[in-house]
Design a protein around this ligand. Structure first.
Ligand code: SAH
Length: 248
C-alpha cells in the first residue's frame, strides 16, 4: 500500500513510522509513506497557506489554492488514483471498521489541516472526511498517523503473526477478553485457573465469556451491532439488566 500525506509540518511523521512495527513493515515493503510540504505548492515569497476568514472571527483558515494544486499534482503522479482522506472534527468517526475498509485501497492520500481548519471548498477534493474523535487537535497529522497505524497493522504480514489482528478488540464487534502472562500469582492477584489448565476448549469458552462481560460492562453501546449467538444475546441481556454500575 502507498500512503501519502500533505502537511505544513511534514517532518513529524518520520520518527513514529520508522520505529517498531511500523518501521519493520515499511522496510519490508508492506507500505510506503511519503509526506509532502504543502508550502511547495505556494507561489508567493512567504509561502502562504492561510488567510483570514470571510465574515470575521478568530484565527486563520487554510486557503484553497495550495491544497487543490497539491492534491491534483500528487494524484496525477501515478495512474492509480488515490483515495483522498481529509481530517476534521466534523468527519465520520474513525473506527476499526473504517480502518478495515481503508486497508483495501492501494493508494491513500491524507490531507492534514492546521490553524482553525480549511476553506470549506477544499472538501470537494475529499473522498472521505474522518474525525479521530470528539475533541479538537491542533492539526490533522496525529489523525493521519493514527489512521496509518490502524490501517497498516491490518495489512498481511505487518504484524508478523497473521492471526493477531483477527482476535482482538472490535474485530467481532466486542472488546477483547482479559489477558494474563506470568507470574500466575502476582502480589496475591491470581490468573484465572482455567487459563492454566491447558484445556483449549475451556479457555476458548472463558475468553468468549470474558469478552461478552467486559463489553456489557464497559461498552454496552457496542452490543447492538455485535454478532452474537442467541444464548450469548440472552447472557449479555441478563448482565445489562442485573448490573448497571459500569467501570472496571
Ligand atoms: N475549527 C475547527 C477545528 C480546526 S483544528 C472546528 O472547530 O471544527 C485544525 C485541524 O486539525 C483540522 O483542520 C483537522 O485537520 C485537524 N483536527 C483537529 N481535530 C481533529 C479530530 N478530532 N479529528 C481529525 N482531525 C482533527
Amino acid at each position: 500500500m502507498r500512503i501519502e500525506a500533505i502537511s505544513v509540518i511534514p517532518q513529524v511523521f518520520e520518527s513514529y513510522l520508522d520505529a517498531s512495527i511500523m518501521g519493520r513493515a515499511k522496510r519490508a515493503g508492506i507500505f510506503s509513506f511519503t509526506a509532502y510540504d504543502l508550502r511547495d505548492w505556494t507561489h508567493d515569497r512567504h509561502r502562504t497557506v492561510d488567510d483570514a476568514p470571510f465574515g470575521g472571527g478568530q484565527g486563520m483558515l487554510m486557503k484553497p489554492e495550495p491544497i487543490f494544486e497539491a492534491v491534483e499534482d500528487i494524484a496525477a503522479r501515478d495512474e492509480v488514483a488515490p483515495y483522498v482522506v481529509f481530517f476534521s472534527p466534523v468527519g465520520t468517526p474513525f473506527t476499526q471498521a473504517v480502518a478495515s475498509r481503508l486497508s483495501q485501497h492501494e493508494r491513500l492520500l491524507f490531507v492534514c489541516g492546521r490553524y482553525e481548519g480549511m476553506d470549506e471548498r477544499c472538501y470537494q477534493l475529499a473522498d472521505e472526511v474522518i474525525s479521530l474523535g470528539d475533541y479538537v487537535l491542533t492539526g490533522g497529522e496525529l489523525a493521519a498517523l493514527a489512521v496509518t497505524d490502524a490501517v497498516v497493522r491490518l495489512l498481511p504480514g505487518a504484524l508478523g503473526d497473521d492471526m493477531s489482528a483477527q482476535d482482538e478488540s472490535f474485530s467481532d464487534g466486542l472488546l477483547e477478553y482479559e489477558q494474563y502472562t506470568r507470574p500466575a500469582d502476582f502480589r496475591g492477584m491470581q490468573v484465572p485457573e482455567v487459563l492454566l489448565s491447558g484445556d483449549h476448549g475451556a479457555v476458548g469458552r472463558w475468553r468468549r465469556q470474558s469478552a461478552l462481560e467486559r463489553t456489557a460492562r464497559l461498552r454496552p453501546d457496542l452490543l447492538e451491532d455485535a454478532s452474537l449467538a442467541p444464548a450469548e444475546r440472552a447472557f449479555v441481556e441478563s448482565l445489562l439488566h442485573n448490573d448497571t454500575q459500569g467501570g472496571e
